[in-house]
Design a protein around this ligand. Structure first.
Ligand code: TXA
Ligand code: MG
Length: 334
């Protein structure tokens, strides 16, 4: 099958394909998603199959209206309503209790809760509204690989396996949405993202917990891994030493860092480099792109990647980087 590249204006075409039980990748503000009609179990089954995703890893419901949430949530706590009003459409996934038997078990692997996501992308919202029902919307990568931030990335993993990708250019945020579990007595962040625990706590007026694995990176599934071994360089001042150590191996290696680091004398002679821009914000936008970039150079077996302080978006950036690196640091932190 040839994967069609649709543009944002083609959202009705995309909705029709979904209606027919086909899989369509779609843009969001965070990363590209892989959509299928959530009410069509065969189509949902295909989502797991083409991603090689374990079927015990639940899917989200990607919605375009509050009415769609009401239809599937057993109960929407006031704090969750506040979050929707403040952050939707936007990069926050909210987990709520699932209305009993409201949706086929295949979506949530039989869990009593369900994740809702309303992405901030006009074409995608219009596509879902035209379909009239929510879609499932995991990231559109092969399981374990870096999430896609462009239609090109989607085609790298899923080209030939899905009918279409709705191309709306590179995503803006670059790291997957914050996930907050609002089905618990005390709200808990399961995955950090651009919307931080502090921002959430401010809106709901109560403390927010951070799941331990969310902070450090869960061991259950592989995540965000490129072909090469990633090594985190926590401080800019460590780059000369890290590079010297890599040179001794005699093997080609890559560097992903800010322009400031790449401009330094000891770095410029390396071809295998990828710019993370000039800040942790641009680094978050380009992290997955950079990890995928080095897959084009199979001779590169190691990539040194710049770390940032874990505050604000830096929490999400370091969370993804830790997973991509399997927690390898040039110098062990602590
Ligand atoms: O930014 C995003 O959220 C992207 C874009 C495409 O919307 N989507 C995304 O979906 O990252 P996915 O499936 O790649 O990651 C969602 C995570 C999964 O790790 C899944 O285990 C978790 O959410 N999840 C889904 N439903 C859950 C539930 N009921 N309870 C706990 N975790 C859940
Ligand atoms: Mg994912």
């Amino acid at each position: 099958m040839e994967t069609k590249r649709l543009t944002a204006a083609d959202y009705l075409v995309a909705a029709n394909l979904l209606k027919q039980g086909k899989l369509v990748a779609f843009p969001t503000e965070t990363v590209y998603g892989l959509g299928a009609d959530a009410l069509n179990p065969q189509a949902v089954q295909q989502v797991y199959a083409v991603k090689h995703r374990p079927t015990d890893n639940p899917l989200n419901l990607t919605v375009s209206s509050f009415a769609m949430v009401k239809k599937y949530a057993a109960h929407i706590p006031d704090a969750a309503k506040l979050l929707m009003e403040n952050f939707w459409p936007g990069p926050l996934t909210i987990i709520l209790p699932l209305k009993y038997a409201a949706i086929n078990k295949i979506v949530t692997n039989g869990l009593p809760t369900i994740a809702f996501r309303m992405p901030d992308n006009q074409a995608t919202l219009q596509m879902i509204t035209a379909l009239g029902d929510p879609i499932v919307g995991p990231s559109a990568n092969t399981s374990g690989r870096p999430s896609p931030t462009t239609a090109e990335h989607v085609l790298q993993d899923l080209g030939g396996k899905i009918v279409a990708v709705l191309d709306d250019g590179a995503t803006n945020v670059g790291v997957d949405s914050t996930i907050i579990d609002m089905s618990l007595a005390q709200p808990m962040i399961l995955r950090p993202g651009v919307i931080t625990a502090d921002e959430i706590a401010d809106v709901i007026g109560q403390p927010v917990m951070m799941q331990k694995e969310a902070a450090t990176g869960s061991q259950k599934y592989k995540h965000y891994e490129p072909q090469a071994q990633v090594i985190i360089v926590d401080k800019v001042s460590q780059f000369p030493q890290a590079i010297a150590q890599m040179e001794q191996t005699g093997e080609p290696f890559g560097i992903m860092a800010t322009d400031q680091v790449l401009a330094q004398q000891h770095v410029v002679r390396f071809k295998e480099q990828f710019s993370l821009g000039d800040s942790v914000v641009s680094a978050s936008q380009h992290l997955y792109d950079g990890l995928r970039y080095f897959d084009m150079y199979p001779e590169v077996k190691t990539i040194l990647v710049q770390g940032f302080p874990a505050t604000g978006i830096g929490i999400a950036y370091m969370n993804r980087l830790e997973k991509a690196a399997g927690h390898h640091h040039f110098f062990k932190k602590n």
